[in-house]
Design a binder for this molecule. Sequence first.
Ligand code: NAD
Ligand code: TYD
Length: 340
Amino acid sequence: MNYFVTGGAGFIGSNFIFHMLREHPEDRIVCLDKLTYAGNLSTLSPVMNDPHFRFCKVDICDREAVNRLFDEEHPDAVVNFAAESHVDRSIEDPGIFLQTNIIGTSVLMDACRSHGNVRYHQVSTDEVYGDLPLDRPDLFFTETTPIHTSSPYSSSKASADLLVLAYYRTYGLPVTISRCSNNYGPYHFPEKLIPLMIINCLHDKPLPVYGEGLNVRDWLYVEDHCRAIDLILQKGRIGEVYNVGGHNEMRNIDIVKLIIHELGKSEDLITYVADRKGHDLRYAIDPEKIHAELGWLPETKFADGIKKTIRWYLDNEDWWKPIISGEYQHYYEKMYGNRE
Ligand code: NAD
Ligand code: TYD
């Protein structure tokens, strides 16, 4: 198989490329990535010389470039990770989210259609379902939960999902969609909760907790997500949506305290800051469908995964130090400088 993996220089896409090259050594991966602020070529350096791997700097919104690469490579399947992925940035400036997340998805699917109905997988998110109340622990997102988004990010991802399903129904494009909960693990960009807290802790910097820190996220180790996508590609039913999550709900404040304790720091570092606008209260996935149909189960328990992740950040300063020394400083000042 020749796979196109878009957004492969980002967090989950890079982990997926490592997973695929390891688990399917006979296959070939072509990574298409625009290398935005979130894309890091250094992440892919371990596979750059692998004969089964090729990197191409391509914007998925660039129809001509995408078509050229399809003509050249004749992919058997496309796995679309490429996206603007940070809710806080989408609140500041939604435009690029609509461009990459919606238009980019349609460009890729058009290329799939015009090159012999290439198999297409859309990497989506549980955020398309909006949020659940904090006082109803009995409620979970299933694949039939109505789409009900809160942020420009989640709205752009939901729009893309609807387009993907429309291309299936209207043109018969062989598609699947996965909607996963929050991921954590190696190569997570340090603007997101877990890596931000680890790196701030290591510098004894304040730990900015939004609101009261009571919002709940459902955390999954990134490798478990990669295995789920792999399974969907091999055995998933065409036209179907699969939720992916490991029943690991945690309050933000509890995650922050856990990181503090693992790193032997003081809870005095915790700083409560102004809440995110439209902040979703709780995400919680019901993964029964992917379990029953494809036999998927998460393998990494949070207690182990978070230790491994912290260890990875301790051992890989060379990866994150250059990131936080550049443009990130301006971002941090803008988002957190006057946040009370
Ligand atoms: P990320 O921000 O770490 O990486 C995104 C990658 O896409 C970067 O390498 C970036 O350079 C690339 N990119 C952005 N715009 C592009 C464009 N126009 N053309 C080509 N490449 C472009 O994101 P992530 O956390 O790895 O998320 C990957 C996907 O998984 C996204 O679609 C996201 O919505 C989805 N998702 C993420 C999570 C999570 O917890 N991180 C959970 C569920 C779903
Ligand atoms: P994030 O990692 O941005 O993922 P998402 O918003 O897609 O779930 O945030 C996870 C949770 O952590 C979310 O409830 C917002 C909160 N949060 C903070 O409290 N402080 C922070 O500095 C960040 C980045 C997030």
